[in-house]
Write a protein that binds this ligand. Structure first.
Ligand SMILES: [Cu+2]
Length: 511
């Protein structure tokens, strides 16, 4: 990894508490709809940030280093000085959404300050609308463009994004779809539909509660990540890996993984370098907008735990006089407190809100005994945990107990104790009540889809494994497959990537 990134200096100025902004003056708009003047403003602001000396905390190089520090385990946590050091990471837990909101808020403010315009709002990459489903042209021109980054995947830049990318990469046989069409093509229409279904799953169907959308709790007494939510695992991870420079046999540079091999995936495709691509911030502005939409228009309820609301981080503010500001999660739950909101026009017709999902196989109402493939003994192919996943070899976990439904308490499927090599992209999907032989075909466009576990590659040391988890809201899925009143359901795990993933404990369904 590049060692030129500076470490944060020792604090020699006092930390001040964040004060809410008195009014909303920044409206974040989609990148693809910016007029020429706004495009130039954005380029100028980032160019000025890149021109600041690295000694300035608000310089681009230091902003990128913040992501590396908090997201690639540069901070080690040892509150009791027991040398029981845990590598700290803001991913895979309930820290993910608020931490990233804070991070890009201070980035946005600094950009506005650099061009003397406090109404400047960070444009978002609108990958959830068909017109925004390509890397925005503004970031691609390599000539004198502060928004350009050479560490991207040239094969993907002009194609329709795939918000379910890693699942479709099966065996490297990925068929790209040109963003320019022809628009009447079935492949083009399917690609748009699959993307919209992915966002529908992420935002609506799989987002029935804060645990499954914003991720699981993480507190100081046990800071191993407990579980991702759909906000992180789905479109967010897919777009990181989609944009980033991929690993190839002949590439040079990058990180050395535990097998001693060089892995040169970088910039957006690698957590340690993601912040070096200016597109990262517009990507995360849309991830942030997804949280905003969930908690406003879609009526999602965030955490009420004081441990979450009172959690705080310190960021530098003010380009001219950089000083540290302590900001709490409760300060950022509502974006208006931060003086910004999202363009109302882009919220009017959310194209992914209403989606007709299709069943891959027929489903009958009743208990598991009625399922058409259940002629097989229930123990056939039963996974014995721990189980090590192999790409494309599905793991069937038959007859997982489903607790009876309780009003207002959505049922969740929880898989924890997932060990994986953090140095590579890892993904598996989870589907319900599908015969083993058909499970590979299930995608977000199907009723049987319950959710995905997917992580962006990060640094790894020799033999290092990271422990994670994932939580899915399955109430809607159970209803769609006519299993809402069943006592059991078959859970099928569909490994999508090559890296070794070991699941130590069986999935459970909880209320
Ligand atoms: Cu990210």
């Amino acid at each position: 990894m590049d060692k030129t990134i500076p470490c944060p200096p020792k604090l020699n100025v006092p930390i001040v508490d964040f004060t809410p902004e008195p009014k909303v003056k920044r409206i974040r708009r989609p990148v693809h709809l910016l007029d020429r003047e706004y495009q130039e403003k954005y380029k100028e602001a980032v160019a000025k940030m890149k021109a600041l000396p690295a000694s300035n905390q608000l310089s681009f190089v230091r902003q990128a280093a913040i992501h590396e520090a908090y997201c690639d385990k540069r901070y080690h946590y040892d509150p009791d000085h027991r040398k029981d050091v845990v590598k700290f990471d803001v991913h895979s837990s309930w820290l993910f959404a608020p931490w990233h909101r804070m991070y890009i808020y201070f980035y946005e403010k600094a950009l506005g300050q650099l061009i003397g315009d406090d109404t400047f709002a960070l444009p978002f990459w609108n990958w959830d609308a068909p017109e925004g489903m390509v890397v925005p042209a503004l970031f691609k021109d390599s000539f004198a463009n502060s928004l350009y980054d050479s560490n991207r995947n040239p094969d993907n830049l002009d194609n329709m994004v795939d918000l379910n990318y890693l699942s479709n990469l099966r065996n490297g046989k990925y068929t790209p779809v040109s963003f320019n069409g022809p628009h009447g093509d079935k492949a083009y229409q399917d690609a748009i539909n699959n993307n919209l279904c992915t966002v529908h799953q992420q935002q609506m169907r799989g987002a029935g509660c804060a645990r499954s959308f914003l991720a699981e709790k993480l507190c100081a007494d046990n800071i191993s990540p407990k579980g991702q939510g759909s906000l992180e695992a789905m479109a967010h991870t897919a777009m990181h890996v989609w944009v980033g420079r991929p690993h190839t046999k002949t590439c040079t540079g990058g990180v050395v993984n535990y097998k001693g091999e060089t892995n040169c995936a970088n910039d957006m495709g690698f957590l340690g370098s993601a912040g070096r691509d200016p597109l990262f911030y517009s990507h995360h502005a849309n991830v942030d907008r997804m949280w905003h939409l969930w908690s406003t228009k879609l009526g999602g309820e965030g955490f009420k735990d004081p441990e979450w609301l009172d959690a705080s981080f310190v960021f530098y503010d003010d380009v001219d006089n950089p000083h540290p500001v302590r900001i709490k999660f409760r300060d950022v739950v509502d974006t208006t407190n931060l003086g910004y909101t999202y363009d109302a026009e882009s919220e009017k017709n959310l194209p992914w809100k209403e989606r007709q999902l299709t069943p891959l196989v027929p489903h009958a109402k009743g208990d598991g005994a009625l399922r058409s493939w259940s002629a097989l003994p229930k123990t056939a192919g039963a996974a014995v945990f721990p189980v090590t996943l192999r790409m494309n070899q599905v793991v069937e976990v038959p007859a997982v107990a489903v607790p009876a439904k309780k009003e207002g308490q959505p049922r969740v499927l929880v898989i924890h104790d997932i060990e994986y090599d953090p140095g590579v992209a890892n993904k598996f999907d989870v589907v319900l009540n599908v015969p083993k032989g058909s499970a590979l075909e299930v995608g977000p466009q199907n009723c049987e889809f319950a959710g995905s576990f997917a992580v962006v590659p990060a640094s790894s040391e020799a033999g290092e494994k990271v422990n994670g988890g994932v939580t899915f809201s399955i109430e809607e899925c159970l209803k769609d497959i006519k299993a809402a009143d069943d006592g059991t359901v078959d859970v099928i795990i569909v490994p999508r990537t090559e890296g070794e993933i070991k699941i130590n404990s069986a999935p459970t369904i909880q209320i």
